[in-house]
Ligand binder design. Structure first.
Ligand SMILES: [Zn+2]
Length: 89
C-alpha cells in the first residue's frame, strides 16, 4: 500500500480595506505630547483614547496648563482595517 496525499491549492486576490462591520473595533483618537525634555527624551504623556475626535483635544489644553512649555503634539488615530478575499486570482 502506498501513501498518497492530495492538495488543492487555490490562489486568491486579497484586498485591504477599512473595517466598517458592526462588530469592528471603533476608530479611536488620542493626543501624545512630542515635546522634548532637557535630556532629549520625549515627554510622551498622552490623553485617554476616545471615539470622539474632539475629546482628546481638551487634554492638550489641560496638559499645556500644567506644562506651559509643551507645545508640540501628535494626534494618534487608530482605525480598524481588514483583509478580504476578492475571489480566485
Ligand atoms: Zn508634555
Amino acid at each position: 500500500m502506498t501513501a498518497s496525499s492530495h492538495r488543492t491549492l487555490t490562489f486568491v486576490n486579497w484586498r485591504l480595506q477599512p473595517n466598517r462591520d458592526d462588530d469592528a473595533a471603533p476608530t479611536t483618537y488620542s493626543f501624545r505630547c512630542l515635546t522634548l525634555n532637557d535630556d532629549d527624551t520625549e515627554c510622551a504623556e498622552k490623553s485617554a483614547l476616545s471615539t470622539d475626535p474632539t475629546e482628546p483635544q481638551l487634554w492638550v489644553f489641560a496638559h499645556l496648563r500644567t506644562h506651559p512649555d509643551h507645545l508640540s503634539y501628535a494626534e494618534v488615530i487608530e482605525r480598524p482595517w481588514v483583509m478580504r478575499t476578492e475571489g480566485p486570482a
